[in-house]
Write a protein that binds this ligand. Structure first.
Ligand code: FES
Ligand SMILES: [Fe+2]
Length: 404
């Protein structure tokens, strides 16, 4: 990869084309629904290096504004949240959840007229699967919402949680799609998963990639000792979604992972686990206490190898990050540095999916830079509900495409 392509792929703040493309053509997962309480505290949101505030109004609707008050910039995270509106505590300007300026008490004359011209920036939101999505693009033509299988499920069938990780967003996406690391990095964590196919995993899967309008689907195929093959078929959905097979081959559902840029060097790493036929059982909700801080983040920094526990390793744990499988991912993607230098990589067959992710993203951002809507953002022509993961064991030659 050239240095220029690495910059193009990774930079998302300000005028950087990748960030502008993402904000314009996709809805951005921004907050956990459950954290926003009606008439409760407005919560600061940082996305693409910009400061926003989200709040739930009296009637349950979510409002999403720039954090800085359009008057003189006091934080609207300090605002009063009442009466279906935010009221800035500095001079009392009041903004409805729909983004209409309702009152400017510092303007006793012609207040109504003055209100019409207050440049409050507010953004459309959607709620699904316990997530507040926001559209941060320019103009008033929001893209279609990607109606994926998990966004249609009733409450209880999805569980959402996330963690802040100090690395560039693409490192997050790449680890999601990199099936080859499962049997290595996560081997100790997987041992308890009870899935024989996974725990006896061969460390070098063969990839089959299937390009799709939304990105691509791929199967990682691993021969098992008994002659059968174990197939995990996952999808990459532009610009940051990984649709990943459940650990148990018997579960109808899957996992969504997405890495949303806070800025160029920090992400929210989201995980939504979902089940089609039944609510997610409590044990699969992974016992988290704070869904905004799960799986456990890294217990240390670079100076102490992010808290890696060498005692655990001596006792048999492969990585020394026994907190969770997610913590193992966070350790390696953080250790690469905030933005890894992809000109220095040495890629091989196991990196097939990672290479495809980059191809999709580079292709799209180049279309965007020529003033086009990227093909993979032509939402009306993408069959989102059909995007499904698969984990299954096959006799002989794997006919995985017919199973999806
Ligand atoms: S800064 Fe918000 S009302 Fe003045
Ligand atoms: Fe991982």
């Amino acid at each position: 990869m050239t240095a220029a392509d690495n910059e193009l792929l990774t930079r998302v703040c300000g005028d950087a084309p990748m960030g502008r493309m993402m904000r314009q053509h996709w809805w951005v997962p921004a907050a956990l629904s459950e954290k926003l309480l009606a008439d409760g505290q407005p919560l600061r949101q940082r996305l693409f290096g910009q400061a926003y505030v989200a709040f739930r109004a009296t009637d349950g609707q979510v409002g999403f504004f720039d954090e800085a008050c359009p008057h003189r910039g006091a934080s609207l995270a300090l605002a009063r949240n009442e009466d279906n509106a935010l009221r800035c505590i500095y001079h009392g300007w009041k903004f409805s959840v729909q983004g209409v300026t309702l009152a400017v008490p510092t303007q006793p004359d012609n207040e109504a007229e003055y209100c019409k011209h207050v440049p409050l920036r507010h953004y459309p939101v959607r709620e699904a699967a316990g997530v507040v999505w926001v559209w941060l693009g320019e103009g008033d033509q929001a893209p279609a919402f990607p109606e994926m299988e998990f966004t249609q499920l009733p409450p209880g069938h999805t569980v959402a949680f996330r963690q802040k990780v100090a690395c560039n967003w693409l490192q997050g996406v790449e680890t999601t799609m990199d099936s080859a690391h499962l049997g290595v990095l996560h081997q100790s964590a997987m041992q308890g998963s009870g899935d024989i196919a996974l725990t006896s995993v061969n460390q070098a899967p063969v990839y089959q990639v299937d390009r799709k309008p939304y990105g691509f689907r791929y199967a990682a195929i691993r021969p098992l000792a008994d002659g059968r093959s174990y197939v995990r078929a996952n999808s990459f959905v532009m610009p940051w979604y990984g649709v990943i097979a459940p650990q148990q081959s018997t579960t109808r559902g899957g996992n969504m992972f997405f890495s949303v840029p806070i800025d160029d060097e920090n992400i929210w790493y989201w995980h939504i686990t979902y089940q089609l036929d039944q609510p997610v059982p409590p044990q699969a909700a992974l016992n988290y206490t704070d869904p905004d801080n799960w799986p456990p983040g890294l217990p240390g920094g670079a100076e102490d190898n992010w808290g890696q526990n060498r005692e655990q390793m001596k006792k048999g744990h492969f990585t020394g990050f026994a907190q969770s499988l997610g913590t193992e991912d966070f350790a390696v993607i953080t250790s690469m540095g905030p933005i890894v230098d992809r000109t220095k990589e040495y890629l091989g067959a196991g990196d097939g999916a990672v290479v495809q992710v980059r191809r999709c993203l580079l292709g799209a951002v180049k279309e965007f830079m020529q003033g086009q809507t990227p093909q993979c953002a032509d939402h009306a022509h993408i069959d989102y509900p059909s995007i499904r993961p698969l984990a299954a064991t096959f006799e002989g030659e794997a006919d995985w495409k017919s199973m999806l």
